[in-house]
Design a protein around this ligand. Sequence first.
Ligand SMILES: Cc1cc2nc3c(=O)[nH]c(=O)nc-3n(C[C@H](O)[C@H](O)[C@H](O)COP(=O)(O)OP(=O)(O)OC[C@H]3O[C@@H](n4cnc5c(N)ncnc54)[C@H](O)[C@@H]3O)c2cc1C
Length: 414
Amino acid sequence: MTGLKKLEYSVVIIGGGPAGMAAALAAGENCNVLMIERNTKLGGILNQCIHDGFGLLRFQELLTGPEYAGRFQDFIKKSKVSVLLGAMVIKLTAKREIICVTREGVIAIRAGAVILATGCRERTRGALAIPGTRPAGIYTAGVAQHLMNIQNIKIGTTAVILGSGDIGMIMARRLTLEGIKVLCVLEKQPYCSGLPRNRCQCLEDFGIPLHLNQTLREIRGAKHVEQIVVATVDRNGSFIPGTDYTLDCDTLVLSVGLIPENELAKDCGIEMEPGTLGCRVSSRLETSVPGIFACGNSLHVHDLVDYVSEEGALAGKQAAAFASGRRPLVKPVRIQALGGIRGITPQYALCGEKLTLSLRPEAPGTNKRLRVIAGETVLAQKFYQRTNPAEMIRIDAGVVPDGAIEIEVELIDE
Ligand SMILES: Cc1cc2nc3c(=O)[nH]c(=O)nc-3n(C[C@H](O)[C@H](O)[C@H](O)COP(=O)(O)OP(=O)(O)OC[C@H]3O[C@@H](n4cnc5c(N)ncnc54)[C@H](O)[C@@H]3O)c2cc1C
């Protein structure tokens, strides 16, 4: 390509959300760093999360999303990190070459190390295959959040929320505060998928009913949503005949899961982990392609942004060490998740190095014990009175012994 602008950096970070910003700050202590963000502002999804609840662990304060992001934006301004805004990375190769599209043209960047901090995207109606017409008035929770919190648009008058995850429940409260009548939240599982704190503060405090074991059967309406059909499901997720009922509404908000954003990683041949839908990484957060690291929601969907920032900082330190060649080669040890676990990160431990595991239980439970075992040695164990898939479990397993061959992690009944 002629006229292509070419740049070179020690560490390049793709994504300027909380993970990317923490990674840039940690990497930038020792080398030249570039952070690329497709939006015109740093902060990622936090810029539209105007409710509080962010930063309790990191700052011991209850901050809103923009406030939490703002603190990191200030740190970045004071640092030596270079930032490229309004720039979208469209290609990454295993040799750490990056192609980035900006308003000024296409840029080719060579990086000593790359960090993927591209966040996650929402599951859409298309992915759910809900029967019915295709009227206006159907939003994913993130789009509804953006329209209301950033563009100040009231999206309807009477709404139903599909999905009881944290974002769905937060949006039920947000819609209510904007004067939209929220008829109910529908959840096909027999349990609420979000945190108990959000069920209490966002639904119970506002008198919004949560209907468990119920889901959407059909959407009706010509130009705009007019009605939805709801039905009860059995434990296999099949509709139970005769349980259908209709609700008149003009707005349907879908909050049915987040998918780590990993198209760049897949295209450059990085191994993916089916349990988390993120890249397969070692405890240094390095992927299967040397010198490419991953962190934040693109690696696995987090519950607390504080942990996103912590993980970003680890990726930043490790990427800087790789780029400068200061990195001992260590034997990787496969981590196997046994019963009761939905997804675990990382997938490889390194002998002689510290290991912190993040995982989600498969289903809600009581009186569970989490055990991290290497051969005959129990590296760590912890008792949980309650476990909930909405709450990420983190456990510090200490330093991995030199002779370890495999690490097993299990969540078992006490
Ligand atoms: C709709 C929605 C609402 C949420 N609400 C809450 C909430 O209320 N409370 C809460 O604790 N958590 C919430 N979360 C979770 C939240 O995403 C995480 O806590 C945190 O923001 C994740 O940080 P991140 O940096 O990994 O990702 P993000 O914040 O998503 O940042 C990723 C960044 O990467 C950029 N990017 C992606 N691809 C490219 C590319 N190819 N080139 C350049 N830039 C790129 C994106 O523009 C984005 O700015 C929400 C998530 C979503 C999707």
